[in-house]
Design a protein around this ligand. Sequence first.
Ligand code: NAD
Ligand code: TYD
Length: 361
Amino acid sequence: MKNVLVTGGAGFIGSNFIRYLLDVEKNVQVFNLDALTYAGSLENLKDLPDPLRYTFIKGDITDQSFLDAVLRERQVDTIVHFAAESHVDRSILGPAQFMHTNIIGTFTLLEAARKYWLQENDFPRDQIRFHHISTDEVFGSLAPGEPAWTEETPYAPNSPYAASKASSDHLVRSYGHTYGLPYSLTNCSNNYGPYHFPEKLIPLIILSALDEKALPVYGDGQQIRDWLHVEDHCRAIHLVVTKGANGSSYNIGGENQPANLTIVETICDILDELKPRTNGNPYRELIQFVKDRPGHDRRYAMDSSRIQRELGWSPRHTLKDGLCDTVNWYLSHPEWVLAIRKQQDYQAWLTKNYDTREKTS
Ligand code: NAD
Ligand code: TYD
């Protein structure tokens, strides 16, 4: 691994990964290719550990000639592909962009890799790797008591977002099978931690509480996600890219599975300690049940035993400490929070998704 192309590195997980990679790999050059959509921000990439080994390249993963040129000019040998539209609620209100970015974008990137690595050159297969970041949502939804998903669980995506990610996973696998493109794939559960864009549950609740706004809980709040701290995720990706078997996929979960309502209540309790409200009342009184998300998956749970067994990975963050650290991070980064709040698109999204949503309690 010498020249690593990270796509979507200005987003939440990608920016955490770049920070991690520069820290643990002292000899790699990192090229961050990102279109800077509403979800990407250069604010996420300030204070990198070794900025001289880092280059930002603004561009779109659906632009073939641009990708071809980047791979050639930068002599890319490793691709870690995060770039995507990533929010389920947005995929429900506007699925077309998800198909374009997640399916066509991944296809275009695969084509660029195939051309540069396998057609124009003949790189030794153990010196190149296409790593694709995917999600547990491709597996659908679990009933209470059903066992956690393994790498052998059949795909059953339910939302337009999940279906677009499932499609991209199939494309990656097919390039490995048909063309012999060296690849690996990770399907991870819901991440949380620093630089998380506040349209997703955990940062949305933290910032809404600080604003004294209602804390929206969809449906009965008993849906379950398998919360994974982003640092644990980045460590897992690095292990798979450097030591994971070619042509393999790995499930990554956080082993933290409380219901959404418990997550929201825990954040309220942490804020009561760290930043009490001026009126002295508990943040919990801001909780507002609202109309459910259509097709809302009930429960996700990942069986991470393969990555634990083969690569020795296991999560290091407990949810309690991880949530506390995350709340602290948002409290201690007011300039980052302000930059996001100023985004017109973000304010427009809050209006669109929440202002007219029916309240149910
Ligand atoms: P994000 O929405 O925070 O960031 C996505 C990044 O991709 C942004 O920087 C955006 O500018 C960039 N991007 C979007 N379209 C692009 C395009 N056409 N060309 C180039 N760049 C483009 O996403 P995230 O939460 O960091 O997720 C990263 C990856 O991990 C995604 O593939 C997502 O599906 C997957 N994933 C995320 C989670 C999670 O909990 N956040 C869980 C499982 C899997
Ligand atoms: P989210 O962070 O959007 O991630 P995903 O849909 O990919 O799991 O949502 C996490 C859970 O929180 C999910 O069950 C939906 C729920 N949720 C709410 O209850 N209220 C909200 O305002 C949001 C954004 C999510």
